[in-house]
Design a protein. Structure first.
Length: 500
């Protein structure tokens, strides 16, 4: 796995697979302002990346300092990276990393991370409501269907430990430490789950061991982010799409003391006081010191259509994750105007041989992995069962997949993002490396980062996890893959290799 982390990271590919979420496209998709004024213009902040991180950083800066001169540079069309290519989930699953965080960071920091994630979920949906953004925002309960005994037992152990550290208020329904455990029988009845995974692509027998229910949500992150970004442009943000950044350096001698950095694109050189990097998995391309610390990870997602005889309610009242020995999948319902629904499910990396090693270190989201495609195709009928899924003909089976796409996430060596000042680079800031969990981290990370940019010390932000700060010590940790995926001992994978 470490060898994959050392593959030099390139820029975003020019023509990625079309994203399911990009239809209809935002009016900002047509924005291209390659010429960024002339050599004499100086910006206060140059934000690189137009996903939810870059967008919320711009929003917070303009809210607190409305006269800020800000330019945002995006390599592809607006929100063309992970935010616009994700699974639509706002889900923390804090219990899955609780014991690791307690062991590595101590109980107080583990609680801070847990509370941070929960607050981020609530704040994201609250902001969508406050700004009147139509983005399919819905807080709801979620369920983890667990098809591995050890994973279920460890999950219960983690929940017991987490709840023991929480206040009584935090244990109330819907709060940060509220979890409800379901038996296999209870999960089958309440969540329409199959007792046995019937996916023909899975070679091992997997029986449902139980389920965990808690608060989460779903949202169209593309609609949410582009709506906020549109508001920022009306407040004065200069947005430049199709403008990849290839390098930046300390400014040469200048008569203007505000010129600290020069940012290079193929069109121009931008002069700025500060640089804010919000490029997630692509970060090492423009910040080589993070090569091996933030590693691109290709994720694959499908939107699928249940059969006409489905027994599933429309829309499903819950979001889902499906956990097994070597990983997990994530799933949301997406209501349609005609009363039907698509089910969006992504994952499959944990099913591959060698723990999906070849999905790390690549930024190519213009192709699919056929093994993952075969696995995801059978995943929903496998986890809900044929009767619940409701396909009655080969024609329905053939039209099951509505769309399939990929996107590039940013995986870090310790499973935590980098949020704060880049070491030894005065005026350079970062919010990146969200390990596939950006929708439960990015909004509050942007809020904290802007406070730091505007002269607050990290220690003054009491709710912000200090373990997210970039340090040289963190950068020296060797990369071993995603920390919240259990690695099977054999490394052989659980899908039939002949299915590709």
């Amino acid at each position: 796995m470490e060898s994959r982390s050392q593959i030099p990271v390139g820029p975003p590919v020019r023509d990625p697979l079309p994203s399911y979420w990009h239809e209809p496209k935002s009016p900002l998709a047509k924005v291209v302002e390659a010429e960024v004024d002339n050599e004499s213009h100086v910006y206060d902040h140059c934000i690189i990346g137009s996903g939810i991180s870059g967008t919320m950083i711009a929003y917070n800066l303009l809210t607190q300092r409305p006269d800020s001169r800000i330019v945002m540079l995006e390599a592809r069309e607006v929100c063309g990276g992970a935010t616009g290519r994700n699974g639509g989930h706002t889900k923390a699953a804090s219990y899955r990393t609780w014991l690791q965080h307690v062991d590595e960071l101590g109980e107080e920091e583990a609680k801070r991370i847990m509370r941070f994630e929960h607050a981020n979920i609530l704040a994201t949906h609250e902001l969508a409501k406050e700004l009147g953004i139509e983005c399919e925002s819905q807080l709801c309960n979620t369920v983890d269907l667990i098809y591995d005994k050890d994973t279920f037992v460890e999950g219960q152990k983690a929940i017991d430990s987490l709840r023991a550290s929480a206040t009584e208020e935090e244990k109330a329904e819907g709060a940060v430490a509220w979890y409800k455990i379901h038996s296999p029988e209870g999960a089958t009845e309440k969540f329409w789950a199959a007792k046995k995974n019937g996916n023909p692509a899975v070679k091992e027998e997997e029986q449902l061991q139980g389920a965990v229910e808690y608060l989460a949500g779903r949202i169209n992150a593309y609609k949410f982010s582009t709506a906020v970004l549109n508001l920022c442009t009306r407040k004065g943000l200069r947005l430049c799409t199709r403008t990849p950044v290839h390098a930046f350096r300390p400014a040469r001698q200048s008569d203007d003391p505000n010129v600290k950095w020069e940012v290079f694109t193929q069109y121009s050189t931008i002069k700025t006081t500060s640089i804010i990097i919000a490029t997630n998995g692509y970060t090492p391309y423009i910040l080589p010191s993070l090569q091996g610390s933030i590693v691109p990870l290709r994720g694959q997602i499908t939107a699928q259509k249940p059969g006409e005889a489905t027994k599933l309610p429309s829309p499903l009242p819950y979001t889902y994750s499906i956990a097994y020995k070597s990983g997990f999948e994530y799933m949301i319902p997406r209501p349609l105007p005609d009363g039907g629904q698509h089910i969006v499910i992504g994952g499959g990396v944990g099913r591959l041989p060698d723990n999906g090693e070849r999905e790390y270190g690549t930024v190519n989201d213009a192709i699919l992995n056929p093994q993952i495609s075969e696995y995801l195709r059978g995943s929903l009928v496998g986890y809900f069962g044929k009767a619940n899924w409701g396909e009655k003909s080969e024609e329905e089976q053939d039209s099951r997949i509505v769309q399939e796409w990929t996107g590039i996430m940013g995986a870090t060596t310790d499973g935590r993002p980098y949020v704060g000042k880049v070491p030894d680079m005065e005026g350079v800031w970062i919010s990146a490396g969200f390990n596939g969990h950006g929708m439960v981290l990015c909004l509050k990370s942007a809020e904290a980062l802007v406070q730091m940019v505007l002269d607050s010390s990290p220690e003054e932000i009491s709710w912000f996890p200090q373990s997210f700060l970039p340090t040289t010590e963190r950068m020296q940790i060797k990369f071993q893959g995603l920390t919240d995926i259990q690695v099977p001992e054999t490394g052989a994978g659980t899908v039939e290799t002949g299915s590709s």
